[in-house]
Design a protein around this ligand. Structure first.
Ligand code: HEC
Length: 273
């Protein structure tokens, strides 16, 4: 009997340890949710997605992000930062997450059941859990490849990147429809989740894209484009982490736009304070 009690204790404490939960911070309000509590919520349901991370259709128990954030007041001009355990931080515009219009892409937070872990991600050492932000109907609002953060541990509100970091800003004299500004927007969605630029950003997975030097200065132009499309085509090692961007993630033209933004920032670099 004693033995069984001890065993139960070990099992239960293990399960409790494994469910570290999700921290949601909106403005000054912080809430914590365990996976078990979220799995038990009435809004949580099963959804099936064409999963870009596992590269096949997968079913998840997931809660609509709208339901998760219900009752929390979002500051104006905010983004939600999805903070992952591996240092990845996606900047997700709140109107994208909260879908004011019907027919838009719908954000769900998939919940890894503590007693039924998901498989390890292809090419990684861990699963997409504990939480994974996924989309129903992703094409409707043009959801991009880096807007599916996995290994998420926290969601927190922040000012939009453009408002928060003037270090990302382009020269004011550029016209509103300048392709460099389009490149800047693509950079924020697809690159900033891992890279800083001029020290600006929340992530630290890859190197700074402008300090001390810009890749536009030390990569040959063709090589830089090739690298963004498929880093392993230029150099490879087991620990490499930069994902390739296939044509469905970034067209040739879009890679050119990002490179034009990086080149513009290199030409306007201000020294670090
Ligand atoms: C998931 C994280 C991630 C994303 C997203 C990402 N990168 Fe990277 N990047 C890295 C890491 C990590 C490295 C360092 C090499 C490695 O470990 O693969 C890197 C390296 C690079 C390098 C080489 C720098 C050098 O000096 O060797 C360039 C250029 C680059 N990234 C550009 C980009 C651009 C442009 C985007 C957006 C289109 C982007 N990266 C998106 C993680 C990322």
């Amino acid at each position: 009997m004693k033995y069984i009690a001890a065993l139960l204790f070990v099992l239960l404490s293990h399960a409790a340890l494994a469910d570290n939960g999700l921290t949601v911070t909106i403005g000054k309000v912080e809430k914590k949710f365990t996976a078990a509590a979220l799995l038990a919520r009435p809004e949580t349901r099963e959804i099936e997605i064409d999963d870009p991370s596992y590269q096949k259709p997968v079913k998840y128990r997931a809660i609509p992000v709208k339901a998760l954030l219900a009752g929390m007041k979002l500051p104006p001009d905010a983004v939600i930062e999805a903070v992952a355990n591996d240092g990845f931080v996606a900047q997700l515009p709140t109107d994208l997450l909260l879908q004011p219009k019907s027919g838009a892409s719908e954000a769900y937070l998939a919940i890894e059941p503590p007693d039924a872990r998901w498989p390890v991600l292809p090419g990684k050492k861990a699963s997409a859990g504990p939480f994974y932000l996924v989309w129903l109907n992703p094409a409707a609002t043009g959801i991009r490849s880096e807007q599916w953060p996995y290994m998420v541990a926290a969601l927190r509100s922040a000012d939009s990147p453009a408002k928060r970091w003037k270090e990302l800003a382009v020269d004011k004299s550029l016209p509103a429809d300048s392709p460099i500004r389009t490149g800047q927007a693509l950079y924020v969605t697809q690159c900033m989740a891992c890279h800083k630029l001029n020290g600006a950003g929340s992530a630290d997975v890859g190197p700074d894209m402008n300090r001390p030097a810009s890749p536009t200065e030390y990569f040959q132009p063709d090589a830089l484009k090739k690298y963004i499309r498929d880093p392993a085509s230029l150099r490879r090692w087991d620990g490499m982490q930069m994902p390739g961007f296939g044509k469905d993630a970034l067209s040739d033209h879009e890679i050119d736009l990002i490179i034009s933004y990086l080149g513009h920032m290199a030409a306007n670099r201000k020294p670090a304070k």
